[in-house]
Design a binder for this molecule. Structure first.
Ligand SMILES: Nc1ncnc2c1ncn2[C@@H]1O[C@H](COP(=O)(O)OP(=O)(O)OP(=O)(O)O)[C@@H](O)[C@H]1O
Ligand SMILES: [Mg+2]
Length: 372
């Protein structure tokens, strides 16, 4: 690339990050005249760095994930935590956010996946995006906020690992407005599957449901938490597949019940009720007790796959990702969900949010656990 000038190189980087960008858009981002950008592009074509323009057809099986990208910071006390003073801790940082986790899991499984979120113009945002790109996720549609910081979750743990304080700074997702979805619609609506999490504001979720009606894409949604599930419209018509854990399902259905004492029968009933609320298919998980699937191709409850759990973080996200990965490959929902349930169990067996060994081959090799 020694034969490229500084501006040519910058134009090329922008085109690589977003092959859909128009000359005017690139000119705006670089503070140049459109004609200058056009001249650079001609040069880049002559030098063989850009092959040409044309109609861009969607990849045959692409999934787009819309949702939270969060920097997870964990501080584990080295001794008993004492209030009102400083404590020695062991700190660690990792990538989180349901939408982000699902996107990374999908990429590791070999799906073609893009991720759309709002991140800050800060170190955390750059860290999260760079990591996703390294995993092969297309992040070109994500938006950088100039006013808000990248979302953060800070967990302060006792030396035993028990959570003492969880601090959640998610204000940036207020900027995940319907306009963000509108702007990226040609990219979103041409996907095979759209996955959204309930970190999106309520009006953005509703806008997504409305816009999706006319597209070929199928839509899956994960509830994220008991609080955020309230952002879903009561009428789930247009949702092809909804993922909730038992507590989220009880909250959505207005049942004032403790998920801790619920049974797989309760999960099954909840999944049916989510279908009555308009979702075409529903998967309700109940941790170690199992998962209920109510689908167009059947209804079943599955026990959890046998596992030796060390950390439950990320299990639900892996379950969602592996289910969607199999669905876009043509599996029926029951078979896809079995892969999801296995991926959830495998993820409990590692201390990280994403299983470091996850791949399609790794999942397949472990399917024997589901047959037992
Ligand atoms: N102890 C366990 N053993 C085996 N599998 C488990 C265990 N706990 C959870 N899973 C699996 O992980 C998946 C997620 O289930 P869970 O009900 O924990 O979802 P969740 O509460 O939404 O989790 P998350 O907080 O990660 O989103 C399910 O497929 C479930 O079978
Ligand atoms: Mg979950």
């Amino acid at each position: 690339m020694e034969d490229l000038g500084e501006q040519e190189r910058a134009v090329l980087e922008l085109v690589k990050a977003n092959p859909f960008a128009g000359q005017q858009e690139i000119a705006g981002m670089m503070g140049l005249a459109r004609s200058t950008v056009a001249a650079h592009i001609v040069q880049l074509m002559q030098k063989g760095y850009i092959l040409g323009r044309g109609y861009v057809l969607p990849a045959s099986n692409r999934i787009v994930c819309l949702g939270g990208a969060v920097l997870d910071r964990q501080y584990r006390s080295l001794g008993p935590l004492v209030e009102d003073t400083s404590n020695l801790v062991h700190g660690s940082v990792s990538s989180g956010g349901v939408g982000r986790n699902v996107a990374e899991n999908l990429a590791r499984l070999g799906s073609e996946v893009s991720f759309l979120s709002v991140l800050g113009n800060d170190e955390a945002g750059r860290f999260l995006l760079a990591h996703l790109r390294d995993c092969g996720v297309d992040t070109s549609q994500s938006v950088i906020s100039e006013t808000q910081r990248t979302a953060e979750y800070i967990a302060i743990l006792e030396s035993s690992g028990a959570l003492r304080h969880g601090l959640s700074d998610m204000a940036i997702f207020d900027e995940f407005t319907p306009a963000v979805v509108d702007r990226a619609w040609s990219h979103i609506g041409s996907a095979t599957f759209i996955f959204a999490d309930c970190n999106l504001p309520a009006d953005t979720l509703s806008a997504l449901l409305r816009r999706k009606q006319g597209s070929r894409a199928r839509l899956a949604i994960d509830a994220v938490s008991m609080t955020k599930v309230a952002r879903l419209p009561k009428d789930l018509t247009g949702v092809d597949l909804i993922f909730m854990n038992m507590a989220e399902a009880f909250a959505f259905l207005g049942e004032d019940r403790d998920a801790g004492s619920a049974t797989l029968d309760d999960a099954r009933n909840a999944a049916r009720m989510l279908q009555s609320a308009g979702a075409a298919e529903a998967i309700v998980s109940l941790g170690a007790k199992g998962t209920a699937v109510s689908a167009l191709d059947g209804h079943a409850t599955y026990p959890a796959a046998k596992a030796n759990p060390v950390d439950l973080t990320g299990a639900g996200d892996a379950m969602v990702a592996a289910t969607l990965h199999r669905l876009i490959r043509g599996d029926g929902t029951m078979e896809a969900a079995r892969h999801g349930i296995l991926a959830g169990a495998l993820t409990t067996e590692c201390p990280t949010t994403i299983h470091p060994a996850l791949s399609a081959a790794f999942l397949e090799a472990n399917m024997v656990r589901m047959k037992a």
